[in-house]
Design a protein around this ligand. Structure first.
Ligand code: AMP
Ligand code: MG
Length: 484
């Protein structure tokens, strides 16, 4: 059974929550609807029939909505750069409908950039083409890298002017997730002093998204433990692939442990532990090496909001599990990246020494790991050495690594495992930028080519080899701010 978008059958479960949680809001139409990109494999997998949707571009832009749909914007709050903001909310995203995929899983469909809502504050409710392309490409790139994330179904554009630093044009991303509930949803009712709403939301999240918690002795504590565990795993994935989120405010943290709200994110090119991808982040609060502890900081915000439901000692005990869980998840990923059959405690020293060498040269993160993945079979040290300035020190490291590989695993299967873990293709900033520049001239082919390539980040794909090259020198000059 497939659904065209104009006839999505289900009223979102989110609207079974009391009206306090959202405000019915319809999208504001825009002229000249145009489809920029369609994620057909995702549509097919989820049973959506885009081809059977008449006036598809108008549905994707929010000019038309499915029959019977009552879109809503939800209210939340959150800590932005460490500061509590009493009310945020869906300022430009609308929950349009939800539907069941062929496997029975239920998905919510949001339009991001579909016009003002009661929570827009001083914003215009719009998203520009530039940032919408970034969200569309990155969410699918992360998904195909095996990282939990919201998904992107489609991208539509309008020639309507939107003012940021300069005049740009508007676009709307259709994004999908089982739920878009954020830590900030809980925080809102905590700071409003409405414990009954916190309980209502926690019950709803458990019923629909963490049903296993219902059987626990303390379901709310079990929920927090599950969110802690998913967040630790998520951030371990980010660190392993070199993804920097850029704005880890607690309102951008998903209760499902998904990567959510793609803004000034960036993938590492050259390794720099303190890399700050968001040019508005002066203090480096959300630098690459800060992400794991910021994850914990945000979980403290969530835990505080759950104080009406969970004893303080239990909250603290749950939070103390975060660090070991993060380390275990990160070690498991590093083990696969390095091609080890198991992780040993001493491996941390090997990894720390490697990171120091990479830091000194700003060795390209992705190219290093991909090259290392070939090394067990090809034993071509020259290619690896070329990635480091301190070559003799790197030789020492490689000798230690070679010794560590004496574990009976054959080289071919080791290399195969590494190649399936260390991607060849990531969404480098400059690649997104080139696709954006072409799209701003009305040429969407580069967006579509990149999307195609990033669907198979671990495959060789010789036709896309240029996307795997070192970034050009101008890439380091690119500035990505919160403006979107
Ligand atoms: P973000 O930094 O994108 O996560 O957004 C933070 C808050 O500002 C959220 O409540 C957004 O909905 C809101 N927001 C961001 N941009 C706009 C915009 N152009 N119009 C209305 N609200 C916005
Ligand atoms: Mg946000």
């Amino acid at each position: 059974m497939t659904h065209p978008l104009h006839a999505l059958p289900l009223q979102p479960r989110f609207t079974t929550l009391s009206p306090r949680f959202y405000t019915p809001t319809v999208p504001t139409p825009m002229p000249g609807a145009e489809v920029v990109a369609l994620n057909q494999p995702l549509a097919q997998a989820l049973g959506l029939d885009l081809a059977a949707t008449p006036d598809l571009a108008d549905y994707l832009l929010g000019n038309r909505i499915p029959q019977g749909s009552q879109p809503v914007a939800s209210v939340y709050s959150g800590h932005q750069f460490g500061v509590n903001v009493p009310q945020l909310g869906d300022g430009r995203a609308l929950l349009i409908a939800e539907f069941a995929a062929p496997d029975g899983k239920i998905w919510e469909w949001q339009l991001k950039g579909a016009g003002p809502t009661p929570y827009s504050r001083r914003g215009d409710g719009r998203a520009v083409l530039r940032s919408s392309i970034r969200e569309y490409l990155a969410s699918e790139a992360l998904h195909h890298l095996g990282i939990p994330t919201t998904r992107a179904l489609a991208l539509a554009a309008s020639p309507q002017r939107v003012w940021r630093e300069t005049a740009e044009t508007a676009a709307v991303v259709s994004r999908l997730a089982p739920s878009f509930v954020r830590f900030g949803h809980f925080e809102y009712y905590f700071y409003q002093g409405e414990p009954e709403r916190i309980r209502e939301l926690a019950d709803w999240v458990i019923r629909h998204h963490y049903p296993a918690c219902q059987a626990a002795e303390q379901p709310y504590l079990a929920l927090l433990q599950a969110v802690i565990s998913r967040t630790a795993t998520l951030i371990a994935h980010w660190q392993a692939v070199g993804f920097c989120h850029g704005v880890m405010n607690s309102d951008n943290m998903s209760i499902l442990g998904l990567t959510l709200d793609y803004g000034p994110y960036g993938f590492l090119d050259g390794f720099d532990a303190g890399h700050i991808c968001n040019h508005s982040d002066d203090s480096g609060r959300y630098a690459y090496n800060q992400q794991p502890q910021i994850g914990l900081w945000n979980l403290h915000c969530l835990a505080q909001a759950l104080l009406p439901l969970i004893e303080r000692e239990d909250l603290l005990a749950a939070l103390s599990d975060y660090q070991p869980q993060f380390e275990a998840a990160f070690a498991a990923l590093l083990q696969r990246k390095l091609g080890f059959s198991q992780w040993q405690d001493e491996d941390w020293t090997l990894v720390t020494d490697l990171f120091e060498l990479m830091q000194a040269t700003h060795t390209d993160w992705t190219i290093f790991w991909r090259t290392l993945s070939h090394w067990p079979v090809q034993q071509n040290s020259a290619e690896l050495r070329d990635l480091f300035l301190a070559r003799t020190q790197f030789d020492d490291w490689l000798a230690r690594y070679a010794a560590r590989l004496q574990d009976g695993v054959d080289a071919a299967s080791r290399s195969a495992q590494m190649l399936a873990t260390n991607p060849k293709y990531i969404l480098r900033n400059h690649l997104a930028e080139l696709a954006i520049q072409a799209a701003q001239r009305g040429d969407y082919r580069e967006v579509q080519q990149l999307e195609l390539c990033l669907r198979q980040p671990f495959a060789e794909q010789p036709e896309f080899a240029a996307y795997a090259a070192l970034p050009p020198s101008w890439a380091s000059e690119l500035s990505v701010s919160c403006s979107s």
